[in-house]
Design a binder for this molecule. Structure first.
Ligand code: SAM
Length: 237
């Protein structure tokens, strides 16, 4: 896994902007993931090559659309730490909050962070639509990220309340998300955001191209958002 990650980071032009031991760290994370996956359900991806590319390199691609050193980031629906934990391992000075509604996955991430002596990792158990109303979390982060959590209309309502004005929401999507993105635009605007653009990237060692939808927070989010999950689903913005 380590060699594949190292050559992937190089092909992505990231070698100079990540710690020298980044490939080793990410490979260690990948091995721990596969080991724990035999006990609790962390990922459907079980081939080490795919873990290296579809998890590690995929998440690393966010470094191309955000300057993360010294910043704060919340990863909404982090699951087994994607993309939040990868970004933390690649950016030691990043303060990362990993939010998920499933306690078991957070417990595992907490053990990793403790065992590896990683400062600046906060585990947050709960639903984003509740956490987004907590004063200690609302509009407190430079970045919010999410991968494979929800349709962009719902995801924007879950994520944008966490982002401070001037910060960014980075949604990891497939390249065929044009309609989804267009449908989310009115809601993004209502939530205080504006679409900055989309960034397509080819994943090294695969035929896969993925996309990051980049949204800037321009105005505070109206206090009524995020709404209850059922309401969001019934009446997406
Ligand atoms: N982001 C990870 C990845 O890309 O591998 C996990 C994706 S997994 C398909 C979706 C995760 O989002 C699950 O761990 C689930 O518990 C979490 N989730 C879904 N809705 C959520 C919500 N409203 N608040 C917090 N977590 C949520």
């Amino acid at each position: 896994m380590e060699a594949l990650i190292a050559s992937g980071l190089e092909a992505m032009g990231l070698t100079g902007s990540v710690p020298q031991n980044a490939p080793a760290l990410l490979a260690r994370y990948g091995c721990a993931l596969l080991e724990k996956n035999q006990v609790i359900n962390l990922t459907a991806i079980t081939d080490p090559r795919d873990v290296a590319t579809l998890h590690m390199l995929d998440c690393a691609s966010l470094l191309d659309c955000a300057r993360l050193p010294g910043k704060t980031l919340i990863d909404v629906g982090t699951g087994a730490g994607f993309p939040g934990m990868v970004l933390k391992l690649l950016t030691p000075t990043l303060s990362v909050t990993l939010l998920d509604s499933l306690q078991k996955r957070l417990d595992w991430l907490g053990c990793l962070a403790a065992n590896w002596g990683l400062p600046g990792v906060t585990l947050l158990h709960g639903r984003a639509e509740d956490a987004g109303h907590a004063p200690a979390l609302r509009e407190q982060f430079d970045f919010a990220t999410a991968r494979a959590v929800a349709d962009l209309r719902l995801l924007s309502e879950l994520c944008l309340p966490f982002v401070k004005v001037g910060g960014r929401f980075l949604a990891m999507k497939s390249v065929d998300s044009e309609e989804e993105t267009a449908a989310a635009l009115p809601g993004i605007q209502r939530l205080g955001g504006t679409l900055l653009g989309v960034y397509d990237y080819a994943l090294p060692h695969t035929q896969v191209t993925h996309r990051v939808v980049v949204v800037e927070k321009c105005h505070p989010t109206p206090p009524v958002y995020p709404r209850r999950w059922a309401k969001m689903q019934k009446h997406p913005l």
